[in-house]
Design a protein around this ligand. Structure first.
Ligand SMILES: Cc1cc2nc3c(=O)[nH]c(=O)nc-3n(C[C@H](O)[C@H](O)[C@H](O)COP(=O)(O)OP(=O)(O)OC[C@H]3O[C@@H](n4cnc5c(N)ncnc54)[C@H](O)[C@@H]3O)c2cc1C
Length: 342
């Protein structure tokens, strides 16, 4: 099948491969396509089809309301063209993707367990490719119908990239009955090959912003928060700034990340770790904080939360709780950087 031409209302256009989605092809072409999750969960990539045919990869996507469907709105991240198209997409409010995402072949080099249900999967890409701390990629897992989004936990080591051995690491939480996570936890062995499409995401580290940082990780949100912390440590910026890392879970078994943070220069001084659990067991020997991650994070930031740059990732209810408590505390929206894991 050949490529198709996608025409926007302002006269610009781009080419979309017969197996690519509108959102990702537009980003690959350098356009500022609106998107967030790439998984049918957020609705940021909604658009109107003016003419042509598309295949909808996720017809029941939770991001589309009945009203959206009645009005003919669709999701760019789930739309694969079947002809040339004319579309109405609002590309004004967002920035073009950096670095430009690509589909690359990758080989699993190893795994290690981080908690009872989070495992790190390390992939070597066939071609070196950069990403920013905090970004994510889509993994096309053999035997799983559609790609799944996972955030990188490492940083794109420039030396590594230069010699072609650049690795992308992912920390993935096993979801009971989840199709992708069951495939990875039960069948992924070193040597396994798959396609990684990325990088994506706007919740990346802003190295040049001279504020202290708070990272808040819920469950598998640990992965991009470790990448942010590693990026800060590698940049040398922690000589002048502090990074507080809050990891929230239900029980002590859900808490991870301290070992990886301890390996960073500045741990214990400019980098501090604040584990918090919401369901303490009676008579447990837990000595960390008890409460929800957003409350603990605000308490750790002290009296002036708006003096901090905030990064957070995890399940949508946790992300919503962090966002609303920070907004109530007067932190400007442009200091909030987050991904919701639909
Ligand atoms: C930006 C982002 C970053 C993420 N980063 C991480 C991470 O670092 N670590 C981590 O553990 N998890 C992460 N997730 C969650 C991850 O992508 C998966 O949702 C999770 O692993 C469960 O996948 P599963 O296939 O095992 O479960 P399933 O229940 O089988 O599928 C879960 C998800 O797959 C998608 N889906 C389901 N059906 C369809 C369909 N028919 N068509 C298209 N899509 C469908 C939906 O988004 C659904 O929520 C992230 C999610 C997003 C959006």
């Amino acid at each position: 099948m050949s490529d198709f031409h996608i025409q926007l209302e302002d006269g610009t256009g781009f080419t979309c491969g017969a197996h690519d989605t509108l959102t990702r092809a537009g980003l690959r072409a350098g356009l500022a396509m609106p998107y967030e999750c790439n998984a049918g969960g957020c609705g940021t990539c909604r658009y109107e089809l003016l003419s042509g045919d598309v295949e909808d990869r996720y017809p029941d996507a939770p991001a589309l309301t009945e009203r959206d469907r009645r009005k003919g709105r669709r999701l760019g991240c789930q739309s694969v063209p079947r002809s040339d198209l004319r579309v109405r997409i609002n590309v004004e409010a967002c920035a073009a993707a950096t670095p430009v995402p690509r589909r690359l072949h990758a080989t699993l080099t190893g795994t290690s367990d981080i908690t009872h249900d989070i495992r790190e999967f390390r992939f070597r890409l066939d071609e070196p490719a950069p990403f920013l701390p905090g970004q994510y990629a889509l993994l096309e897992i053999p035997g799983v119908d559609r790609p799944r989004a996972y955030s990188m936990s490492n940083i794109a080591d420039v030396a590594n990239v230069a010699d072609g051995s650049g690795e992308w690491h992912f920390q993935i939480r096993r979801v009971p009955q989840g199709r992708a996570t069951t495939a990875l936890f039960e069948r992924a062995e070193p040597g396994m090959q798959l396609v990684i499409d990325g990088p994506y995401g706007n919740a990346f580290l802003r190295e040049d912003v001279a504020r202290d940082i708070v990272c808040v990780a819920g469950g598998s949100g640990l992965s991009p928060m470790l990448s942010i912390a590693r990026g800060m440590a590698a940049s040398g910026a922690l000589a002048q700034r502090r990074l507080r890392f809050v990891m929230g879970g239900r029980t002590p078994a859900d808490i991870g990340g301290e070992e990886q943070l301890r390996a960073l220069a500045g741990f214990g001084a400019n980098i501090t770790f604040h584990p918090a659990i919401s369901m303490p067991e009676p008579h447990s020997r837990w000595t960390g904080a008890v409460g929800f991650a957003h409350d603990i994070a605000l308490a750790e930031a002290g009296e002036r939360p708006a003096d901090h740059e905030w990064y957070f990732a995890g399940p949508p209810p946790m992300v919503m709780a962090v966002e609303s408590s920070l907004r109530n505390a007067g932190v400007p929206q442009q200091q909030l950087h987050f991904d919701r894991y639909f």
